[in-house]
Design a protein around this ligand. Structure first.
Ligand SMILES: [Fe+2]
Length: 367
């Protein structure tokens, strides 16, 4: 029973006037809408919608969550602030300045990433930040781009007043604006940054967000009141997001790799009937440490399995009998200098690490 139901029941049985319960009554609802706009860190929102993963999680909680793409960042936040959406993808500073500043109490539900170089100040042609003095700069006014520009200018002792002008330009218009001759510098975000630098040899990145790590956070924010009254909404959205975050694609050659922490052995819950059965059988509740795998490929049967280290003390006594010989892996200790290239942690590992190779073979759908 929800808080609302308990309150209503109490009010009815005690014969209280309904006005007493009204301010406390939760705004429960079943249909929710999220807005997102084009930014590299937010592309998973489109995938959540298109893949059906959002619907799957919404169904689990008996609600619906529509994820809607809006082609203009500030417009998407304005629509959220006006109440047209229950949540929106936004940075921390834009959340503070638009909805929160406008009196809409807002909660960061998911921190998807921080903008590690995905926001940039770009000059046409040679020069440095100091050369922005006296020039016009096009950007989405009062957005994260404006913030980035201010952070950049202060590193060379300049401020906005030293520029010719800041010209408000929508993200939807930024590529076209850069192509016009009167635009001299822009501030924008990826994928627009790489579209501009990739197709304009004169595009010169003067400053980007990798120069102040962790400061620009890319979020999914939701209405605080809606979330408090509807925890299922938050659970469904977070569940769907982190399911997508757990997806990895193998390379064209079928190779896959990832870094993670070494798991540890753990117990299955031993209260309730499972505990009764274990005790009746004289069994302990321990499982050997393991990694879970779900492996899918077109034309093959989906494999759901776990793999176990060969030196785990519970390898031959898994309480749920999950271990098979061909699911056993071996950890090899390696020196930090042997850490492979091309991983997110490459160059950052300073201590010995463990390495595992594990090949997965899928059965064909017909086989
Ligand atoms: Fe597990």
């Amino acid at each position: 029973m929800t808080l609302k139901n308990i309150l209503s029941a109490t009010a009815l049985s005690a014969g209280l006037v309904s006005a007493l319960a009204a301010p406390l009554a939760a705004e429960e609802k079943t249909d929710f809408k999220l807005a997102w706009s084009i930014y590299v860190g937010w592309m998973p929102w489109g995938y959540l919608e298109d893949s059906g993963i959002m619907n799957k999680w919404a169904d689990k909680y008996g609600i619906t969550v529509d994820i809607v793409q809006i082609n203009d960042y500030v417009e998407s936040i304005n629509q959220y602030t006006a109440g047209a959406f229950d949540g929106v993808s936004a940075t921390n500073m834009d959340t503070l300045s638009i909805p929160s500043g406008g009196g809409v109490d807002t909660t960061a539900l998911i921190i998807g990433d921080y903008s590690n170089g995905n926001d940039a100040v770009i000059l046409k042609g040679e020069g440095g930040l100091a050369d922005l003095k006296g020039k016009p700069v096009n950007l989405v006014e009062l957005s994260v781009s404006h913030y980035l520009l201010a952070r950049g200018l202060e590193t060379v002792g300049l401020e906005e007043a030293d520029l010719d002008a800041v010209i408000n330009t929508s993200d939807a218009d930024m590529i076209a604006a850069y192509a016009t001759s009167d635009v001299e510098a822009v501030v924008t975000w990826n994928p627009l940054v790489s579209e501009i630098t990739g197709s304009n040899p004169d595009a010169n990145v003067l400053f980007d967000s990798s120069m102040f790590p962790g400061e620009i956070l890319d979020l999914m924010v939701v209405n605080t009141e809606t979330l408090a009254d509807n925890p299922a909404f938050g659970k469904a959205v977070a569940g769907a997001w982190y399911e997508v975050m757990g997806l990895m694609a193998a390379g064209d050659d079928g190779r896959y790799s990832f870094t993670t922490v070494k798991p540890v052995e753990y117990t299955v819950p031993s209260d309730g009937p499972v505990g009764d059965i274990l005790r009746a059988c004289g069994r302990h509740p321990w499982r050997p440490s393991h990694l879970h795998y779900i492996v899918k490929a077109p034309g093959y049967r989906t494999l759901v399995t776990e793999i176990f280290p060969e030196d785990d003390p519970y390898l031959d006594q898994d309480t749920v009998f999950g271990v098979r010989d061909d699911l056993v892996m071996r950890y090899h200790k390696k020196q930090a200098s042997d850490f492979p290239h091309g991983m997110a942690l490459s160059g950052k590992v300073t201590e010995p690490f463990l390495h595992v190779e594990f090949d997965v073979t899928l059965a064909t759908e017909t086989g």
